[in-house]
Design a binder for this molecule. Structure first.
Ligand code: FAD
Length: 432
């Protein structure tokens, strides 16, 4: 029986682990946190998931909360006017059951709920959990005992053993100051085109200041809303710090909303934190790393998901990408049969993943800087034409679908012309 060791019991590690154990592999997952520590610990993410990664979770038999939690009813994007914070552009879409389309699903399940549930399922299936903080010496040990070692450690320090890929990494510093607050008591979202939506996502950008989004989620105490803050570093939104304590932290969240996102502030008159650990602050440089780690004993370990491809959360894609990366690795392991998992296999597995991931990385990086001309045209058209907005929403699940409209104004103009009566030349001239 082939032995696989995975460092990290997160979104990617548990998907590969459970997937492979179901196929008869001997799988050990190393975690530096027990399920109790994860469940009682600090929130980690807003973990909004889309149809493709949800389908991957289904394939691995890990849709454990479908009876108690339904996906979102809708989503809305707003670009605000920096002068007075009024809405300059807005577009929305009904999702899931309200839309009736199975390819338009989004949801969020607190990783403090999800990971303990998945660890429990993994052990039920015969997987072995080891609770320790892996280091380079442990990786060597695992490599002696296993056919394949995967490093799925997320933002954990051990991932920094993997070399930065200078060609693929666009930034060398954090592009946003991040904040999360899990709350109860928020009123439903209001959309221009689809009325009130009880449970969903609103994403708003205040140019030059930052972004704020809020989504429904299942947390340890039932349903909640997650407030997500993406402040330009050093700017007026960069005031969130968990060291201030929960009360002051929430006060600062509301201060940001009152000043820059007044319509969202109006929804928050009665909000309170779900729990004292329902807040997070931090920042990191978006970084792509080389996937192959050569260990001192000459053997190899392979980095996957955030350990290799760490994006800013601005587009809410990291957990989705982790699931897609996990699926690529899972398929490649199965296909490889009894052959050696050498450095060539690791590199080509990553290259295969990168073929689709690069579109998402470009999309995410583009959202962190001044919009391209094409993106400006595309977002303006989303506001004017629901059919263009529909394409934007489908790109949240697969960024390749929208990539050319974000970077090539000719393509954007052609699309808009096709979906409306305006000739492409006129659209380009208008936006120049
Ligand atoms: C503020 C914020 C909001 C986000 N919102 C979204 C969103 O809406 N949608 C989305 O798709 N993504 C979102 N993400 C990103 C998403 O959460 C991550 O990309 C995803 O969880 C990465 O999965 P992973 O398996 O690579 O790592 P993780 O899920 O982080 O798991 C890594 C695990 O490895 C463990 N570990 C680390 N080091 C060691 C070690 N040395 N030994 C043993 N164990 C170790 C950690 O404890 C952890 O359990 C967000 C992230 C942040 C910070």
């Amino acid at each position: 029986m082939r032995k696989i060791t995975i460092v990290g019991a997160g979104q990617a590690g548990m998907l590969v682990g459970v997937g492979l154990i179901r196929k008869g592999y001997e799988v050990t997952v190393i975690s530096n946190q027990t399920p109790e520590e994860i469940r009682n610990g600090r929130v980690t993410s807003s973990q909004g998931m889309q149809a493709i990664p949800i389908q991957i979770e289904r394939e691995m038999g890990l849709r454990l909360w479908e009876d108690i939690y339904q996906p979102w009813d809708g989503a809305q994007f707003n670009i605000l006017n920096p002068q007075d914070n009024s809405t300059a552009l807005t577009f929305s879409k009904l999702l899931g059951a309200r839309n009736g389309a199975s390819d338009l699903v989004m949801e969020s399940i607190d990783q403090r709920v999800k990971m303990p549930g998945w660890i429990h399922r993994f052990e039920e299936l015969g997987g072995k959990m080891v609770y320790e903080d892996a280091d380079i010496a442990s990786l060597e040990r695992y490599s002696e005992e296993s056919d394949l070692v995967l490093v799925a450690s997320g933002k954990g320090d051990i991932g920094k053993l993997l070399k930065r890929d200078d060609e693929k990494s666009v930034f060398d510093k954090p592009m946003r100051a991040l904040g999360l607050a899990y709350v109860k008591g928020m009123t439903p979202m209001k959309t221009r085109d689809h009325g009130d939506i009880q449970r969903g996502l609103t994403w708003s950008a205040c140019p030059g200041v930052g972004e704020y989004f809020v989504c429904n989620a299942l947390t340890t105490s039932g349903e909640c809303d997650i407030m997500i803050f993406e402040g330009v570093p050093g700017g007026p939104m960069d005031i969130l710090d968990t060291r201030d304590g929960p009360e002051k932290y929430l006060e600062n969240c509301l201060k940001i909303l009152k000043e820059f996102f007044p319509e969202e502030y109006a929804r928050c008159q009665n909000v309170e934190l779900t729990d004292d650990m329902g807040i997070l602050s931090g920042r990191f440089p978006p970084t792509i790393r080389k996937p192959v780690l050569t260990l001192p004993n000459g053997k190899f370990a392979m980095g996957i998901a955030d350990a290799v491809c760490l994006n800013d959360p601005i587009t809410g894609q990291g957990a989705c990408n982790a699931a897609k990366f996990a699926k690529t690795v899972y398929d490649a392991v199965l296909k490889h049969g009894q052959d050696d998992f050498d450095d060539n296999w690791m590199q080509s597995t990553f290259d295969n993943y990168w073929e689709s991931a690069k579109y998402c990385v470009d999309f995410t990086n583009a959202m962190l800087v001044e919009p391209t001309q094409a993106m400006g045209m595309f977002l303006t058209a989303c506001d004017a034409n629901q059919k263009v907005a529909d394409i934007m929403f489908s790109g949240m699940d697969d960024a390749e679908r929208i990539h050319r409209y974000l970077f090539d104004e000719q393509e954007t103009a052609k699309l808009i012309a096709k979906l409306s009566a305006t000739p492409a030349e006129q659209l380009i001239a208008q936006s120049a």
